[in-house]
Design a protein around this ligand. Structure first.
Ligand code: BES
Ligand code: MN
Length: 474
């Protein structure tokens, strides 16, 4: 056993304790009421990074602060390749609270899992990388590269501050690649590299009918009901085969390559077990595609929230004044969020009946992401996973979104290597979210293995790195 492996093993219990400490902060980015808890969490993280030997700072933004932590710079040494590790310390809202078996911000260990909001998405996952670097520093093992952790507090709300931050600090953040653990693996026996992410468009539609809720007996039949109108409108957005009706929606969708389709057949995926695990009567998706393809490589439209009229107990005989739907679309390469949003809005306006007034607001959006599954970055990730998990890593497209990856590409010209440590049943965004401690251990080993592999396959981009700092030098 090498010194790093032995360090990781010796300190495992302390790492779990520290992770639990980290999980106690209610760093919910979507809800103003948690703003203070979020700020305290960021400060704790900075302190923790310093404690393990990183040079860490808290960077203010218009929103939640960004934690920047880098490996100590060596003087007069030859330039080493530089990598970013990206993660997010913000978490989704914990509601509905009554479905949690223990309070979301009081971590509880049961068997080999720690239960808490943010355990898997994403605190546990980037914590594994921090601990791997701690092992290098703690054993005075030379790192073959420089590493900067960029851990933000607004991922779950679309990363509104980070893009500007990247532009402002592009010189010091210039890097060979970005390493991210914020996706899924199938199981301990089936680790995975994700080479694609879906993009996202968010919008909210409100239909306005009468100027106030009306008695449905006195007026019903003579005025349109916004709730009914909204349902009819939404129902027209897809056909009976799961295909969306928005004109042009599929025009730019990259078809799956035979290589990808063949590779997906290797996934340990059992549709019947999948169906049962989700509690649905039948699976449903776009005709002509497998469930794996439907949920990762095909675009979708979902109703995330639907509200109109009386929500209390019993009945209330009204025609509601308004009806609202919150919608998202998941996009795949090479769909463009702006174009898709425009096409969707135009389609909705065309479908809107003249009896109601439609108001549409659009929220954050992010582009889909794709790197070559056969490229050297993905291969390096597979090698690190193979040696730490002792199993052949799969290539997957991830159905979820990590909005900032395209900004890493645009601003820093860096690709992202997605090495997920979340299990399919970790319950990200759900009640009773958990993180598996065996995956945690494998994840730390994977991170420890990764840096020599990456540094071997990628030489530093000296000319690209820190253009400002080069000025005036011979
Ligand atoms: N970790 C997820 C991304 C993800 C989702 C990976 C599902 C694997 C499976 C990330 O934290 C996330 O939840 N992203 C949001 C982005 C949105 C709120 C802008 C998402 O995908 O909904
Ligand atoms: Mn998330």
């Amino acid at each position: 056993m090498n010194p790093i492996e032995s360090y990781l093993r010796r300190h495992h219990r302390r790492f779990v304790k520290e992770l639990c400490e980290y999980l106690r902060f209610p760093s919910v980015s979507a809800d103003e009421r948690y703003r203070k808890g979020t700020a305290i969490c960021a400060r704790w993280l900075v302190e923790h990074c310093r404690k393990i030997g990183l040079e860490a700072e808290l960077c203010r933004t218009d929103g939640n602060p960004i934690v920047l932590a880098r490996t100590p710079r060596r003087r007069n040494s030859r330039p080493l390749p530089h990598y970013l590790v990206y993660g997010h310390y913000d978490v989704q809202p914990p509601e509905p609270l009554d479905l949690w078996q223990s309070p979301p911000f009081q971590p509880r260990i049961v068997g080999r899992s720690v239960f808490a909001r943010g355990a898997s998405d994403n605190k546990g996952q980037h914590f594994a990388h921090l601990k791997a670097i701690e092992a290098y520093l703690g054993t005075r093992t030379a790192l073959p590269c420089e590493i900067t952790f960029v851990i933000e507090g607004e991922e779950e709300v679309g990363s509104p501050s980070l893009a500007g931050f990247l532009r402002k600090h592009r010189a010091r953040l210039a890097c060979e690649a970005v390493v991210i653990s914020d996706t899924t693996l199938y199981s301990l026996q089936h680790p995975a590299v994700s080479y694609a992410l879906r993009g996202l468009c968010t919008l909210e539609i409100t239909l306005h009918g009468p100027s106030r809720d009306l008695h449905s007996g006195s007026f019903g039949g003579s005025v349109d009901n916004p709730g009914m109108a909204l349902c009819q409108l939404l129902a027209q957005l897809r056909d009976g085969h799961g295909r969306l009706t928005i004109p042009g929606f599929y025009d730019d969708v990259a078809p799956l390559s035979p290589f990808e389709r063949a590779h997906f057949d290797l996934h340990p995926f059992d549709a019947e077990q999948y169906r049962r695990s989700l509690g649905v009567r039948r699976l449903f998706g776009e005709r002509g595609f497998t469930p794996i393809e439907q949920r990762s490589a095909r675009p979708t439209l979902d109703i995330n929230g639907l509200t109109s009229g009386y929500q209390g107990s019993g009945s209330k005989t009204i025609i509601p004044a308004t009806a609202t739907a919150k919608l998202t679309m998941r996009l795949v390469p090479h769909q463009n969020p702006k174009q898709i949003l425009a096409a969707a809005i135009q389609h909705l306006r065309r479908l809107c009946p003249p009896t109601v007034r439609m108001k549409i607001t659009s929220g954050h959006s992010s582009e889909p992401y794709l790197v070559s599954p056969e490229g050297e970055l993905v291969q390096a990730g597979r090698e690190a996973l193979r040696s730490s998990f002792g199993a052949e890593p799969l290539l997957v497209r991830e159905g979820g979104s990590i909005p900032i990856v395209n900004e890493f590409k645009r601003v820093l010209k860096a690709d992202s290597l997605l090495l997920g440590l979340a299990l399919p049943d970790d319950g990200a965004h759900s009640p009773n979210e958990k993180f598996n401690l065996d995956v945690f251990a494998k994840g730390m080993a994977m991170s420890a293995n990764l840096w020599p592999v990456l540094a071997r396959t990628q030489s530093p981009r000296n000319n690209v790195r820190q253009p400002k700092d080069q000025k005036g030098k011979p």
